[in-house]
Design a protein around this ligand. Structure first.
Ligand code: G3P
Ligand code: MG
Length: 240
């Protein structure tokens, strides 16, 4: 079971920043997850919340600020004085940092239709490099569908934080051909994972921050977990 460093090693360093990704790499994380959204001038930037207030010294929406404004924000001080002047990175900066053999999960964040070009822009940036071990995921399934049309060779992960009467039927009618399904952990069951596997879909679940929870979802058959503690299972990780 692969362990993705969720927003980097976000229990140890400010989420979605260069220090959190460097720490994940130092911990030999097999996978790294990050969140990308667009600045007002169309630069893909790495930040989770739609609002800047919690993790930076700016306030308001990410998508109403230009890259020039966002790159001046302090994205580390909220986490600790030692991270003062840590910046919001761009997607391109982070791609330059993460080796291509580390499985990278780029999660596209978008507020409904406000960021319509996001699929095209992220696809263009990711297309600039060829041999990256990559999954692109999103809770925004229309954007995932657009992205798959633009980059049909990239693995797609369908995120869901909801319970469905018949999720496989939904996926199969969506027009998306997923590599993996990424359900919130409370919606996993042995039966659902078995069903996803029969359809050829891997199962990656979030957010798993204890060894007990990790062993539980592994026993149900999960293929991967997202954890703020990429070292939580260092004794039981394997290479699959
Ligand atoms: O991709 C897994 C996880 O990151 C999804 O939730 O809100 O942490 O981006 P969130
Ligand atoms: Mg995420």
């Amino acid at each position: 079971m692969i362990v993705f460093a969720h927003r980097g090693a976000s229990a140890y360093a400010p989420q979605n920043t260069v220090p959190s990704f460097k720490m994940a790499l130092a911990m030999k994380a097999q996978g790294i997850e990050l969140d990308v959204q667009l600045s007002s001038d169309g630069v893909p930037v790495i930040i989770h919340d739609f609002m800047l207030d919690k993790t930076t010294d700016l306030s308001g929406f990410v998508h109403t600020h230009s890259w020039q404004e966002l790159r001046k924000a302090d994205a580390g001080l909220w986490f600790g004085e030692e991270y003062r002047e840590t910046r919001i990175p761009s997607l391109e900066e982070v791609l330059a940092l993460i080796p291509k053999d580390v499985l990278l999960n780029v999660e596209i964040k978008s507020i409904t239709s406000l960021n319509q070009p996001v699929a095209r822009i992220v696809s263009q940036v990711l297309n600039q490099e060829k041999d990256r071990n990559l999954i692109v995921s999103s809770f925004n399934h229309p954007i995932l569908k657009d992205f798959q049309l633009l980059s049909p060779e990239v693995k797609i992960g369908i995120l869901t934080a909801n319970d469905f009467i018949n999720f496989p039927a939904y996926v199969e009618s969506s027009g998306i051909r997923p590599y993996s399904i990424h359900p919130e952990a409370s919606y996993l069951s042995y039966q659902s994972i078995e069903d996803y596997h029969k359809r050829g879909w891997k199962v990656m679940t979030y957010t798993i921050n204890s060894t007990t929870q990790s062993r539980m979802v592994e026993s149900l058959g999960a293929d991967g977990i997202f954890s703020d503690y990429p070292d939580l299972n260092s004794d039981i990780q394997d290479s699959d």
